[in-house]
Structures are given as structure tokens and as C-alpha cells.
Design a protein around this ligand. Structure first.
Ligand SMILES: NC(=O)C[C@H](N)C(=O)O
Length: 333
């Protein structure tokens, strides 16, 4: 028998429609009851943490969710299923992946259609998430996001549809598991990502902002972000990792002042690379790091988590993490 704990946090899966719009009110027990027959070998417990839309979470909320996962695992659960809004689920999943080094499955799921919709997708997603959390094939895969019949590893997963029930994709990587009729089928076994030792009791992660690139984007947002106290900045760069000269100049100033800058892309799929003179090549020359195929949102959490590790250079931690090395094996500075 596997002990699986469902931790409910709100989102559309827990929402009912009303005159003011959708509002999350449904609690964990009712969500689990909606699934119908549960996996035979699973004993399912429930816990309610918050009933919020995930767009309203800050990094302090994400750390509070991480503490729930920690205490659930410490209590001896064999797996955790967190119900969560889809808007920022890719961020929470990725942060859990950075924080936890435990083979037991940590699975996030949700819905695109509310609990009271006649075609609600939440019950099937939650049923699939329970099947995954109770299955040996999910052990050692890090945090997983289960949606519409697939389990995606946290790294690289993105919300790819605003309203369709097929809401997530992992461009260039793909899912690790498929769930068909309650059966879990392994598809791929990605290498685990390195962990970062962040104190889960911090009130929030250090501020890191995402700055977009578009024709005419200048250095205003990079400078404003650092003035607001950001530890570093992620640039949602154009194409394969480019920005115009004024933004590059602001990045150079930021790096010279000791603030790490991570280059990601505003494009949905593919890695970034320092290819173009004056663009990405110049960003690299002035000391920005390139975030492989991490979305700007996941890159932001990588840099924020690295900035929360005491007595270490966040830049070096991020560099080691991106190279697949144990970040703690790098010397501090
Ligand atoms: N489908 C959803 O769950 C979206 C919702 N706005 C949320 O993130 O909470």
C-alpha cells in the first residue's frame, strides 16, 4: 500500500463559477471524491493549504508550499500530489525540483475547466496524478507535472495553451510518463537536475525580475529592477538570446556591479546561445550567463534560489547548475 498525500492550494481545479468570476472554494476531500475509484494500492490523505489562483502567489507562498511538501515527506508519505492553479504551476514544479532531493514522487496537477464545469478536466487529472504518485516509475524523476494524460519533468515544462485542456508542453524534451486508463507507462527517463540548498523558512526568495526584449527596449527596466533591490535579472531575450545595444549596456553595468544576469528567450522553444556580434555575443562578453532552454520564468527561479544560498556566489551556482554539476561542489567566493 502506498500512502499518498493530496495537498490542495486552489486554482481552477478547485474553482466554481459565479457572478464575479471563478473563485477557488473546493477543498481537498471534495476534489478527491470527484475522482471516483482511486488506485487500489493507494491510501489517500488530504490537506488544505490555501484556496488561491496561482497567479496570486509570490515566492514566499511558494516556499510555504515547499514546507508543506517537506513536512508531508517527513511524516512518511510515499508520494505527494499538489493541486495547484495552472498559470504558474511550471514555476512551483521547477522550484520543488530545485529544492528537493528525494526519490519519492512530488506531483503537481490542476485543471483548465472549473470544478462545476460539465466537462471538468480536474477529476481525470487528479486521478492520473494519484496513479503517477503511487507508481514506481515516477520515483527518482524529481518534481512532475501531470496534465491531460502525461507526466512532464519539471525542468522545461511550460503552459502552452491558455484555455485548452491540453495545457502543457515540454518543447524539445517531452513527457517522462503517459497515463492511460490509470496505467502509468514510462516514456523517457531524464537525468535529474542538481539541487540547491535553500532555507525553506526564508520569508521569500531574493528579488529577481524578468526584463523583456522588444524593438526599442532600452536599459530602463534592468536599472529600475536593480534600484528596487533585485539580486539579479533575467532577460527574456529576442530569438536565440539577443538584445539591442542600450539593453546590452545596462546588462554590462549590472554584471560589473556584481548582479548576475541570465539570458533566456522570449521564444517558446529551443536553447539560447551567444551567436550574434553586438547581440548575444556581446551579452556573453559582458558577463551574462546563458540559460540553455529554461523559460524566463524558470530561469528567474533558478537565479532567485541561487541568490538565497548563503555564502556562495549565485553566478557560480547558476553556472554549475546549468552545466549539470553539483552546485555545492563549486568553491564559494
Ligand atoms: N487553470 C488555472 O488553474 C488557471 C488559474 N487562473 C490559476 O492559475 O489559478
Amino acid at each position: 500500500m502506498r500512502r499518498i498525500q493530496v495537498v490542495a492550494t486552489g486554482g481552477t481545479i478547485a474553482s466554481r463559477s459565479g457572478a464575479e468570476g471563478r473563485r477557488a472554494t473546493v477543498l481537498a476531500k471534495e476534489l478527491v471524491a470527484s475522482v471516483g475509484p482511486l488506485p487500489e494500492h493507494a491510501e489517500v490523505g488530504t490537506r488544505d493549504v490555501v484556496t488561491r489562483g496561482s497567479y496570486a502567489f509570490d515566492t514566499g507562498d511558494l516556499l510555504a508550499l515547499a514546507r508543506e511538501v517537506r513536512s508531508t515527506l517527513d511524516d512518511g508519505a510515499d508520494g505527494v500530489v499538489m493541486t495547484h492553479g495552472t498559470d504558474t504551476m511550471e514555476e512551483t514544479a521547477f522550484l520543488f525540483d530545485l529544492l528537493f532531493d528525494d526519490p519519492r514522487p512530488i506531483v503537481l496537477t490542476g485543471a483548465q475547466r472549473p470544478f462545476d464545469d460539465r466537462a471538468a478536466d480536474g477529476p481525470a487529472n487528479l486521478g492520473d496524478a494519484l496513479a503517477v504518485a503511487a507508481d514506481d516509475a515516477a520515483r527518482g524523476l524529481g518534481a512532475l507535472l501531470v496534465f491531460d494524460g502525461f507526466a512532464f519533468p519539471a525542468r522545461g515544462v511550460r503552459k502552452s495553451e491558455t484555455m485548452s485542456a491540453h495545457a502543457f508542453a515540454a518543447p524539445g524534451r517531452g513527457p517522462a510518463l503517459r497515463v492511460a486508463d490509470g496505467r502509468v507507462v514510462p516514456l523517457a527517463r531524464p537525468a535529474p537536475s542538481p539541487r540547491l540548498p535553500v532555507d525553506l523558512n526564508l520569508p521569500r526568495l531574493p528579488r529577481v525580475d524578468v526584463v523583456p526584449v522588444y524593438p526599442g527596449a532600452d536599459g530602463l527596466f534592468v536599472r529600475a529592477s536593480l534600484e528596487a533591490g533585485a539580486a539579479g535579472v533575467v532577460v527574456a531575450a529576442a530569438g536565440a538570446g539577443n538584445a539591442g545595444p542600450e539593453l546590452v549596456e545596462a546588462v554590462a553595468e549590472a554584471v560589473a556591479a556584481g548582479h548576475p544576469v541570465l539570458i533566456s528567450s522570449r521564444v517558446h522553444s529551443g536553447p539560447v546561445a551567444p551567436l550574434y556580434a553586438g547581440g548575444g555575443a556581446e551579452l556573453r562578453r559582458v558577463g551574462a550567463l546563458f540559460a540553455d532552454d529554461l523559460s524566463p520564468w524558470q530561469a528567474r527561479l533558478l537565479l532567485a534560489a541561487a541568490s538565497a544560498v548563503p555564502d556562495r556566489s549565485p553566478r557560480e551556482l547558476v553556472r554549475a547548475w546549468l552545466a549539470g554539476r553539483d552546485p555545492l561542489a563549486t568553491p564559494g567566493d
